[in-house]
Design a protein around this ligand. Structure first.
Ligand code: GRF
Length: 198
């Protein structure tokens, strides 16, 4: 079987992209074919290039409020790589329903909370403020509803006394780097059985 082609969308450092790319070796059924950022300054672009992965940038800023215009360019850059799977990894732009529909059933995202809790931003601060005893991250299929969609995996971490948003985020990020590759491997084999860590 030829490998499943995976495009990864980033906005920043791309640590999840690196974890995903590093996992796609040997008998893994998928390979990274593109790392696409919405910002030329995204640190993950250099890391992808170091790993020999083709990169592209579609800067959202020139489009202002014209989401559709941005997404026309985004789709063109994506389609040029003919991905079977699109993985959002620290991608910080909200995508419209028509764009998501193009990739329905083959677009994944990782979100730093135990969905359905804490959709949206500042998840670690909010979990701490709520006095949560545990927190974590979720990989889900992307649907038109923000941070919603079928759960493909979750990883839990304890909230510890004295935690700050930074210490909690760091603990979650370690699990993100384990969870996302585990989910992608299964998903690439057509298996949607959710992964739960630990
Ligand atoms: C992480 O907190 C992740 O949960 C969220 O974006 C942040 C940065 O991710 N999706 P990365 O290091 O750019 O992969």
């Amino acid at each position: 079987m030829s490998h499943r082609r995976v495009a990864i969308l980033i906005s920043g450092g791309g640590s999840n992209m690196v974890a995903l790319a590093r996992s796609m070796t040997g008998d893994h059924p998928a390979r990274p074919v593109l790392v696409l950022a919405n910002d030329h300054a995204a640190g993950g672009l250099a890391r992808a290039a170091e790993m020999g992965i083709p990169t592209a940038v579609v800067d959202h800023r020139p489009f202002g409020k014209d989401r559709a215009g941005f997404e026309v360019e985004l789709a063109a850059a994506l389609d040029a790589a003919a991905p079977d799977i699109v993985a959002l990894a620290g991608f910080m732009r909200i995508l419209t329903a028509p764009f998501i529909d193009r990739y329905r059933g083959r677009m994944l995202n990782i979100h730093p909370s135990l969905l359905p809790k804490y959709r949206g931003l500042h998840t670690h601060e909010r979990a701490l403020a709520a006095g949560e005893g545990e927190h974590g991250c979720t990989v889900h299929e992307v649907t038109a509803d923000l941070d919603d969609g079928p759960v493909l995996g979750q990883a839990r971490v304890p909230v510890l006394a004295g935690d700050t948003a930074e210490t909690l985020a760091a603990r979650v990020l370690v699990m993100e780097h384990r969870l996302y590759p585990a989910v992608l491997r299964r998903f690439a084999l057509g298996d949607r059985t959710p992964v739960f860590l630990p």
